[in-house]
Design a protein around this ligand. Structure first.
Ligand code: BES
Ligand code: MN
Ligand code: ZN
Length: 497
């Protein structure tokens, strides 16, 4: 898709459809007024007639008389005539782009950047327009015979005023980077587990590394991991015929003495639960258990694309969790890379077994902060549903920065307590700790387990079990938490210069 910034007024821009906002009580945005004049008052007439009331997210697609220079207009409701909230702007954009998925609309002019949004500037608005447009237009076709997509959009022109085009251009670049990062994340996540194996993930990372000079990618094999003593991670992959991979992406664009930001993503390409087998219903969705890893790929793509002046390390421990004659048994005890012994009371709590060794491995990079992303617990869905991801961590500043980034990027987080008292639940009679803590507070005890391996650095954990994909008829990956992570990185880059 080709996104561009245009400084001409909307009536001078050619496309298959021009998107303009209207408010309730028949108030028009500046661009809607311009088009109203051009069409002899058509828009105000439709508003007066009540064809559209202007409620947030309401839309009306108009096809104009062939003699008019504008082909079509999509009116988008913006609610009351006042500054919009971040969420309402997002809602209006989503509704607008969902309504132009028509074969005859290939090019678009979007005049929604002129809309006022509470405490956000044109850079942010432009960025949101691009990311939402790309997100809504995305369609998975890889394993379908018919590759035609509902959306046929190829070009989007974002109209802004001349004096602000620099701000818009910055937002455009950020938006394109985030959009591409999300698309990569969604694509690898949507692929089935027979195609997207740990080796496939490793290959995608290597391909990504070839695209950017500053990105070096390396892959550890099982023998390398055995040498490092990654007994927890390797115990999971023993149950699968697919060899585990430990993928490291090293992006070096900051001062070479600056400590890196480390991003770790759970890359379970399929989670059947192991010997503690999951029920059959909905098990296909466990192909999404690699969404944390996929979001590391997407975020590094976005950061490299923007050439952010930062040092970032991405780590993806990748494996499958299947039942097998050589799989972990409940009660088995394994030794992690950190030397701690773990009693595996439930083989389905495998994510933490991968992540604990990845966290220990992260120490060698002397991280400034470590952030891990994982579809870790069904309990997170029970607690928070599918709106925010769960956030837990050992550093308030880092957690607050991530919370703020989540709000800005419309990719929200909700923090849960990581109190020492919960550690009781992980006690084992036979090992240093158990891999599960019982029914209570499942998301918290999972994070408590990880915390035992994250004592030497500032660390935050995102439980994305409820947010990384959607179920039902709209089943598919969301690309989250790429927007929030990328925004966090942009902020870090701004702070470093
Ligand atoms: N990948 C799952 C978590 C999951 C479940 C994510 C459902 C999204 C939807 C994870 O490996 C898992 O199985 N966790 C167990 C932990 C339990 C055994 C303590 C769970 O949540 O049931
Ligand atoms: Mn599991
Ligand atoms: Zn899992």
């Amino acid at each position: 898709m080709d996104y561009s910034i245009e400084t001409q007024p909307v009536d001078k821009l050619q496309s298959d459809c021009t998107v303009v906002g209207i408010y309730e009580k028949q108030h028009l945005t500046a661009s809607a007024q311009t088009l109203d004049h051009l069409t002899d008052g058509l828009i105000s007439k439709l508003l007066a007639r009540g064809d559209i009331t202007g409620k947030i997210g309401e839309t009306l697609l108009l096809t104009l008389h062939p003699a008019t220079t504008i082909e079509r207009i999509l009116l988008v409701g913006l609610g009351e005539k006042k500054s919009l909230t971040n969420k309402d702007f997002f809602k209006a954009l989503t509704a607008a782009f969902a309504n132009i998925k028509k074969p005859h609309i290939k090019t678009l002019v979007c005049a929604l950047a002129e809309v006022e949004v509470d405490s956000y500037d044109l850079t942010w608005k432009t960025r949101q327009i691009v990311t939402v447009c790309n997100d809504v237009s995305y369609q998975y076709t890889e394993t379908k015979s018919d590759k035609t997509t509902e959306s046929q959009l190829t070009a989007v022109q974002i109209s802004v005023s001349e004096d602000q085009h620099e701000l818009a251009r910055t937002g455009l670049n950020q938006g394109i980077a985030i959009a591409e990062g999300m698309a990569l994340t969604k694509h690898v996540a949507d692929l089935p587990a027979n195609l997207c194996t740990p080796s496939y993930l490793a290959k995608q990372a290597l391909i990504l590394g070839e695209q950017f000079d500053r990105l070096a990618v390396s892959v550890l094999e099982e023998a390398d991991m055995a040498e490092l003593g990654m007994g927890a991670l390797l115990s999971v992959s023993r149950g699968s015929r697919q060899p585990a991979k430990l993928i490291t992406l090293n992006y070096q664009a900051g001062d070479k003495n600056t400590k890196p930001i480390v991003l770790i993503g759970k890359g379970l390409t399929f989670d059947a639960g192991g010997i503690s087998l999951k029920p059959a219903a909905g098990m296909d969705e466990m192909k999404y258990d690699m969404c944390g890893g996929a979001s590391v790929l997407g975020t590094l793509l976005a950061a490299a694309k923007m050439a952010l002046p930062l040092n970032i390390i991405g780590i993806i421990p990748a494996s499958e969790n299947l039942p097998d004659g050589d799989a972990n048994r409940p009660g088995d005890i394994v030794t992690s890379m950190a030397g701690k012994t773990i009693e595996i009371l439930n083989t389905d709590a495998e994510g933490r077994l991968l992540l604990c060794d990845a966290l220990t491995y992260a120490e060698r990079f002397q991280p400034d902060v470590v952030i891990d992303m994982a579809t870790l617990t069904g309990a997170c869905l029970v607690a928070l549903g599918r709106i925010p991801s769960g956030l837990l961590g050992n550093d308030d500043d880092l957690c607050n920065d991530l919370l703020a980034a989540g709000n800005t990027a419309n990719d929200s987080l909700w923090r849960l307590p990581l109190w020492e008292e919960y550690q009781e639940l992980l006690k084992s009679n036979f090992a240093d700790l158990a891999n599960v803590g019982g029914r209570d507070a499942g998301t918290i005890t999972a994070a408590c387990f990880l915390a035992r391996f994250a004592e030497n650095f500032r660390w935050a954990h995102l439980d994305i079990a409820g947010t990384a994909w959607r179920s039902g008829v709209v089943k598919g990956a969301t690309g989250r938490p790429v927007p929030l992570l990328t925004h966090y990185l942009i902020q870090r880059a701004d702070a470093s210069i």
